[in-house]
Unconditional design. Structure first.
Length: 252
């Protein structure tokens, strides 16, 4: 590359001006570089997918907490309803009306909780794939169905004989689901941290292949120029020595 300045013309190699290695002189390095760039791109996409997966889990955890709160209130009512020595049949019917409202709240949470239009608690997310690795593999999100029938409280009624274990089992199921969601969220934290480190290392590796070591390049270039100059000087000295010898031989 030719650069004009202060009335003089300087010829610099393009790689020295751009700071990048001449790819035509290192085709193997170019192949490695492009391969690492592809892996880095896949890693960054995997990180975004993991972040989206955490969004899903955050929404799910909020809904499960709400369901757990409603079940807790149902347990409180059921314990109160068990006190038949004091409560009248009419009072127990009033308690059941609140329980029915709580059931409707659980139905609504199950039906309407979604992320990006995808239902989270209708059973379709029992094994949802998250592509968190650069090759498209990863982990699965598992969200359990929270329908009243699944929880075993669809017919729960405190106006007659009822089993308190039904509510206890439902609470246990929801708590276990929240624990699973928490564990999956922690795993996604680790995936994102690993991917971020991997992407940074790949970025450094590609830079080391692409970026020119200017100091070393100039040093090697100057060394070559000095060797060329010495060679030219040696040739001139040889010619001068030969000319002097001939002049002496023929009295020149």
């Amino acid at each position: 590359m030719n650069i004009q300045g202060y009335g003089s013309s300087y010829n610099y190699p393009a790689s020295l001006v751009t700071g990048k290695v001449d790819s035509s002189k290192n085709p193997a390095g170019v192949g490695i570089d492009e391969g690492m760039k592809a892996v880095r791109t896949g890693t960054d996409v995997g990180t975004r997918n993991a972040r989206d997966g955490q969004g899903v889990l955050n929404v799910a955890d909020g809904a499960l907490k709400n369901i757990g709160d409603m079940l807790g209130r149902m347990k409180e009512i059921a314990v109160n309803a068990s006190n038949t020595a004091v409560n009248t049949p009419e009072e127990r019917k009033a308690m059941q009306r609140e329980i029915d409202q709580l059931k409707d709240g659980i139905k609504d949470a199950t039906k309407n909780t979604e992320y990006n239009t995808k239902k989270l608690f209708d059973g379709s997310m029992a094994d949802a794939k998250l592509a968190t690795n650069p090759d498209g593999t990863g982990m699965s999100i598992k969200l359990e169905d929270t329908a009243l029938s699944t929880l075993g409280i669809e017919d729960f009624d405190v106006t007659g004989d009822f089993d308190m274990k039904a509510i206890d089992n439902a609470i246990k199921m929801v708590n276990e689901s929240r624990a699973t969601v928490g564990a999956q969220s922690n795993r996604l934290d680790s995936v994102q941290a690993y991917n971020n480190i991997s992407s940074e290392n790949l970025s450094r590796a590609t830079s080391s292949l692409e970026d020119l070591d200017a100091e070393q390049y100039v040093s090697e270039r100057n060394k070559k120029q000095l060797l060329d100059l010495y060679s030219m000087y040696s040739q001139k000295m040889d010619m001068h020595t030969q000319e002097s010898f001939i002049n002496r031989m023929f009295g020149g």
